[in-house]
Design a protein around this ligand. Structure first.
Ligand code: UN1
Length: 497
């Protein structure tokens, strides 16, 4: 009998008001049930919000350095539980152990960064234009932050949102993707064990269309952060716009790696395999387009296909596995659909393009690493996010053409350039229209202490990670103190001497 899990609402583990549960299964072996998780209803969300408001009243008055100490302990506990969480994560979402360990590490890095921010949270003091007057700004907590997170980084992405939100003094409501509720559960356990006052965090499992919606539409959740598809992000954006909520959106990508004729091809080869097929291509930052200079196109395409064909598919818990399964049936079906679309549009399926025949893999959502050759700008496989192990290869005659191809998509998250020419690298750095550009490294690999986010349809201008995310989770208040003892009128009683 699989274990039955609860929500965390009102400072305790709580059964859902609906009495309803959903099963979570291992994508590498769908016969294995990981647990039963609450399919919560709007009432559960309403209770969570009321509790979070109480949590906020207390936590927002806790000095920031003390809030930082709690996050320090969160980081310490994540270090202790790294292996346990990584294994649970692999089991419920499929990516290989090396990657789920990396995912937990990203959470650890985010916790330790947040801990130190507790002793900064800088405001500013600037000169006033009037005498005997101080002018300054400082940061205040906002309230209850509603966090909706995806399946592909089940620990790291929630921590990107949660830790800065908490450090700034907000309470949080966490709605993890339905595919990864177990990792969400383990993360909340860590927060509670680290001594976070219980009502400061709420965990509500269930469907986005039910509990996610209830949270977004509720007037007492003034801050929403969402990572997921561009379609869902637009719906959330419309609601938040109407209700004047603060919203951070992190959505799709169609990230390109450009390989020039002077590049170190062996280095680029390692980069593209990791960028395109790591996490089975299920990253917003995945390398889904490979733009090759015509002089090396044939040779490099062959190098990629030879190696990609030999990548070892299997369950992520097996240390020899290089590529795990997709998250579910629908995700695998989507890759298959794009293979048909690519053929119809006149591209060639150079390798892959099918479900592996291997008996060992027949109960998992596996799909062969797939390379589309002869792709032309504007084809759907070149424009649309597939979110799977599929790489579209294009040929160009110059760096300018490569940059144009890179930029002619609706998304703008990440890009990569392989070259030995430093001038070309700096020019590309300016002209590639993305939130992140890598030189001689693949499109994935963001570090927790730098801003993360994209331009165009990838986001709405906010950044996660690094120092910038603290602006999102805090309200700036401006203070003027006039100690002159007289009325001094700004812009009018100005001095010339
Ligand atoms: C994502 O793809 O949703 O840079 C996040 C990276 C990771 C984070 C990816 N550190 O690929």
């Amino acid at each position: 009998m699989p274990e039955t899990f609860k929500n965390f609402i009102g400072g305790e583990w709580a059964v859902p008001s609906t009495g309803d549960y959903f099963e979570n299964r291992n994508p590498a072996d769908w016969n294995e049930v990981i647990g039963r998780f609450p399919r919560s209803g709007p009432d559960d969300m309403t209770r969570a919000i009321a509790s979070a408001k109480r949590g906020f009243a207390r936590w927002s008055k806790t000095p920031a350095p003390l809030r930082g100490q709690v996050l320090q302990r969160v980081g310490d506990l994540l270090v202790e539980r790294k292996e346990q969480i990584a294994r649970a994560m692999t089991r419920e979402m499929g990516k290989v152990l090396a990657e789920t360990r990396g995912d937990v590490q990203e959470g650890i890095d985010t916790a330790f960064y947040a801990a130190t921010e507790g002793r900064r949270l800088f405001g500013r003091v600037v000169p006033s234009e009037l005498r005997s007057k101080w002018a300054m700004s400082y940061r205040r907590p906002i309230g209850v932050a509603g966090l909706i997170t995806p399946f592909n980084f089940p620990l790291a992405i929630p921590t990107w949102k949660m830790f800065p939100a908490l450090l700034c003094g907000n309470a949080v409501i966490f709605k993890p993707a339905e595919d990864v509720p177990h990792t969400g559960h383990l993360l909340v356990e860590v927060l509670i064990d680290a001594g976070l006052p219980p009502e400061v965090v709420q965990l509500v499992h269930g469907q986005g269309s039910v509990v996610g919606r209830a949270m977004i539409e509720h007037p007492d959740v003034p801050v929403i952060s969402f990572t997921g598809s561009t379609e869902t992000g637009s719906v959330i954006g419309a609601t938040c716009g109407k209700l004047h909520k603060r919203l951070s959106l992190e959505m799709g990508g169609k990230n390109a790696m450009i390989v020039m004729d002077d590049a170190d091809l062996d280095l680029a080869l390692d980069g593209v395999l990791w960028g395109a097929f790591g996490t089975t291509g299920q990253r917003c930052t995945a390398t889904s387009r490979l733009i090759l200079h015509q002089k090396i196109h044939e040779r490099f395409l062959k190098m990629v296909c030879d190696r990609a064909e030999r990548l070892r598919l299997g369950p992520g818990l097996d240390e020899k596995t290089e590529v795990g399964p997709l998250i579910h049936d629908e995700a695998r079906q989507k890759v298959g659909d794009y293979v048909e679309i690519a053929k119809k549009e006149g591209a060639t399926v150079a390798i892959g393009g099918k479900i592996p025949g291997d008996k060992r893999l027949e109960c998992g959502w596996f799909y062969e690493p797939t390379v589309f050759a002869g792709v032309k700008p504007g084809m759907r496989v070149e424009q649309e996010e597939i979110f799977g192990p599929a790489l579209a290869v294009l040929k160009v005659g110059s760096l300018d053409e490569a940059i144009k191809v890179n930029n002619d998509v609706q998304y703008g998250l990440s890009s990569a350039l392989y070259t030995r020419d430093v001038n070309a690298a700096f020019r590309a750095m300016e002209d590639l229209d993305n939130g992140i550009t890598y030189v001689n490294a693949p499109t994935i690999g963001a570090e927790a202490h730098l801003p993360f986010g994209g331009v165009k349809q990838t986001g709405n201008g906010h950044r996660e990670g690094g120092w910038e995310v603290y602006d999102f989770y805090s309200e700036t208040k401006t203070i003027y103190v006039d100690y002159s003892g007289t009325l001094q009128r700004a812009q009018i009683d100005t001095y010339t001497e």
